[in-house]
Design a protein around this ligand. Structure first.
Ligand code: SF4
Ligand code: SF4
Length: 145
């Protein structure tokens, strides 16, 4: 009969669990819930793809596409930390369940090709080089006399 006080105590105290899904716990601040991409700020440098530990990001600079396999992502946040333009971020929400396998593709604007600098022609005048002033030679003992 030693257990009776414990049973009574457990019957009277509030349950430690929640009535999920009726009572959903609010995520903690900085919770890595959902990866968010602002494609307009992406420069397609590919650092996120190189640093991603699960290799689930693919960046194509020529086509201006950024794609991710959300099923392989472990939501570690490395890509967010290394992105130089901060176009990747984490949202502190619980991710919704998925019913089918998808590939998340973002289409951006292809970067403008760099202007080629025309090579100087044979007939062009050579640029004048700045005249280098000759430094005065250090005086020897003989000069001082
Ligand atoms: S690191 Fe950022 S800017 Fe670079 S490709 Fe990834 S998302 Fe785009
Ligand atoms: S959160 Fe981690 S696993 Fe997911 S895409 Fe970014 S670096 Fe890769």
């Amino acid at each position: 009969m030693l257990f009776i006080p414990t049973v009574i105590k457990n019957l009277l105290k509030k349950p430690v669990t929640r009535l999920y899904p009726a009572d959903v716990r609010e995520p903690f601040p900085n919770y890595r819930g959902e990866l968010v991409m602002a494609i307009d700020d992406c420069i397609f440098c590919g650092i996120c793809a190189r640093k991603c530990p699960s290799q689930c990001i693919d960046v194509d600079k020529t086509k201006a596409t950024w794609q991710c396999d959300p099923h392989a992502c472990v939501y570690c946040g490395v890509c967010v930390d290394v992105c130089p333009t901060k176009c990747l971020s984490m949202k502190d929400v619980h991710r919704a369940p998925m019913t089918e396998k998808i590939t998340w593709i973002e289409q951006g604007t292809p970067p403008k090709p760099k202007k080629k600098v025309a090579a100087p022609k044979a007939g062009d005048k050579e640029e004048k080089k700045p005249a280098i002033e000759k430094e005065a030679a250090p005086k020897t003992k003989a000069d001082k006399k």
